[in-house]
Design a binder for this molecule. Structure first.
Ligand code: ADP
Ligand code: MG
Length: 423
C-alpha cells in the first residue's frame, strides 16, 4: 500500500491483497496470504474491526471510517481518531506496562488502520458481567492501570515540555471530545434529538431535567472536563472497553484519548460497575444475582483502593514533574508536607470522580449511547426499574459529591437504592 494512498475502507475480500505485503503481518500470520481467513467482527459503534487468521497466528485490524458506523455517512467523523487511538495505546503501554493493552503491530495513518494483537480467548468485560461471571483480576489490574496511566501522563511525573508537546498532539481530537462534551454532560439533561429512554421512565426523566441543582452540577463537571487538561485520559473507559480472561485484563479502544481531569476515567469506570450492579436484578431469571451484586461492590472498593495505593506509591517514588516539587517538601525534610498535598489531591479527585460517575449513569440511560447491561433486559417494566435506580443513584452522587466521604458510603447508598429503601 503506497504510503500516502488516499483512504479506502477495507473489506473482508480486499484485506489480504491490501495488507499482504506488510512484513509484520506476514511475520505474524504466515506468508501464504491465500491462507488468511478474514472476518469482520466490529460490534462497536464507530469503526471496522477485522480478525485475520493465518497459518502461524492471528491479528486484529481496526480501521476508522470517515463517519460514525452506527449512524452512517450523515454523521461524519474524522479518520484522525485512529491516529489518536494509536498514540494513546503506545503511551498506555509505556505507562501501565506491556500486557495492559493489545500489542501494536502496525499503524497506517493515511488508511486510518491499526494492526494489533488479537486478544483471545478474551471477552468484553461488560458481557461477562451481564452473564453473571466474576473475573477475579479486574480490581487489581484496573486499579493499577488507571493509577499508572493517569499519574505518569500528568505534570506530577512528566517534564513540563514533554507534557505540553503531547498536549498539543492530542488537542486536535476535537470531534471525539465534542461527542463526550455533548452526549455526556448536556444532552441527557434536555430533550436532545438523539436521546432515547425507556418510556416508563418519563416522570423521573422530567423530574431530573427540571432539577436545577443537577443541571448546574453537570455543567460544572463539563467545565472541569473541558478546562482541566491534567493528564492523558483514555476518554471512554467503560466495561465495554475492557477485555478479560480469568488471568488477564486488557484495556482497548482509546480513540477518545484527550487531556482532561484524572477523575474522569476513574469516575466513568466505577460508574459502569455501579450500573452493572443495578442491572443485575433484570438478569435474575437464571438464579439469584446476590453474590454478583456483592462482587460488583467489592470490585468498586477494590479498584478505588488499589488506585489510591498505587497513586500514593507513585507520588512518593516518581514525583518528578513540576507539581508539588520535592524541593519544597522532601528535600527540606518535610515529607509530611508531601503527604498532606497527596491527601488533598486524592480528596479533590474523589469528589470529582463521584460527579463524573453520576453523569455517566445518566447519559447511558437518557442519551444516545446506551449500555447492554440495561438494553439486554427484555422485559421493559423490569428494565425501567433497574434504570430508575441507577438514575436516582447518579443524581445523588453528582449533586452530593462534596459531602460523601468514602466508597463504603457510596456502596451503602447503592444497596439502599437497590432494596427500594431510598426516596
Ligand atoms: P469501536 O471503537 O468501533 O467501538 P472497539 O475497539 O471497541 O471498536 O472494537 C469493537 C469490538 O471488536 C470489541 O468489542 C471487541 O469485541 C473486538 N475487538 C477489538 N479489538 C480487539 C482485539 N485487539 N482483540 C480481540 N477483539 C477485539
Ligand atoms: Mg470506540
Amino acid at each position: 500500500m503506497a504510503k500516502n494512498a488516499s483512504f479506502e475502507a477495507l473489506t473482508v475480500e480486499t484485506l489480504p491483497a491490501r495488507l499482504g505485503a506488510l512484513e509484520t503481518l506476514a511475520g505474524h500470520l504466515g506468508k501464504d496470504v491465500s491462507a488468511w481467513r478474514v472476518r469482520e467482527v466490529g460490534d462497536g459503534n464507530l469503526n471496522l474491526v477485522f480478525i485475520v487468521e493465518g497459518e502461524k497466528g492471528s491479528v486484529v485490524v481496526k480501521q476508522a471510517l470517515p463517519y460514525v458506523r452506527l449512524v452512517g455517512e450523515s454523521w461524519p467523523l474524522p479518520l484522525k481518531r485512529s491516529f489518536f487511538e494509536y498514540h494513546a495505546l503506545v503511551r498506555q503501554e509505556a505507562r501501565a506496562g506491556k500486557g495492559s493493552v493489545p500489542a501494536i503491530l502496525h499503524f497506517d495513518e493515511a488508511q486510518a488502520l491499526i494492526v494489533m494483537e488479537f486478544l483471545t480467548p478474551h471477552i468484553i468485560l461488560r458481557k461477562e458481567l451481564i452473564a453473571g461471571r466474576q473475573p477475579p483480576r479486574i480490581a487489581e489490574d484496573l486499579g493499577l492501570f488507571v493509577a499508572r496511566t493517569l499519574f505518569r501522563g500528568s505534570d506530577l511525573h512528566m517534564t513540563a515540555r514533554e507534557r505540553k508537546v503531547d498536549l498539543a498532539l492530542f488537542a486536535d481530537n476535537v470531534e471525539l471530545c465534542d461527542i463526550t462534551e455533548n452526549l455526556v454532560f448536556t444532552d441527557p439533561y434536555f430533550e436532545a434529538t438523539l436521546n432515547r429512554h425507556t418510556p416508563a421512565l418519563d416522570p423521573l426523566v422530567a423530574e431530573l431535567r427540571a432539577d436545577r441543582d443537577l443541571k448546574v452540577e453537570a455543567q460544572r463537571l463539563k467545565h472541569l472536563f473541558a478546562a482541566n487538561a491534567e493528564t492523558l485520559l483514555h476518554g471512554d473507559l467503560h466495561t465495554g472497553s475492557i477485555m478479560v480472561t480469568d488471568a488477564d485484563t486488557r484495556v482497548i479502544d482509546p480513540e477518545f484519548a484527550f487531556y482532561g481531569p484524572m477523575a474522569f476515567d476513574v469516575g466513568m469506570l466505577l460508574s459502569n460497575f455501579w450500573m452493572s450492579y443495578f442491572s443485575q436484578s433484570g438478569h435474575e431469571q437464571g438464579g439469584s444475582r446476590e453474590a454478583m451484586r456483592a462482587y460488583l461492590l467489592e470490585t468498586v472498593t477494590g479498584i478505588w483502593s488499589v488506585f489510591r495505593a498505587e497513586f500514593s506509591r507513585l507520588w512518593r517514588t516518581e514525583r518528578t514533574g513540576m507539581l508539588y516539587a520535592r524541593s519544597l517538601f522532601e528535600d527540606r525534610s518535610d515529607a509530611l508536607g508531601a503527604e498532606q498535598a497527596l491527601d488533598r489531591v486524592l480528596h479533590d479527585l474523589w469528589q470529582d470522580l463521584l460527579g463524573f460517575a453520576g453523569v455517566e449513569a445518566h447519559r447511558r440511560i437518557l442519551g444516545l449511547a446506551h449500555n447492554a447491561d440495561f438494553e439486554t433486559i427484555e422485559n421493559e417494566a423490569k428494565r425501567a426499574v433497574c434504570e430508575a435506580k441507577a438514575l436516582r443513584f447518579g443524581r445523588h452522587i453528582a449533586v452530593n459529591r462534596r459531602t460523601i466521604h468514602s466508597i463504603e458510603e457510596v456502596n451503602a447508598l447503592a444497596a439502599l437504592i437497590e432494596k427500594g429503601a431510598y426516596s
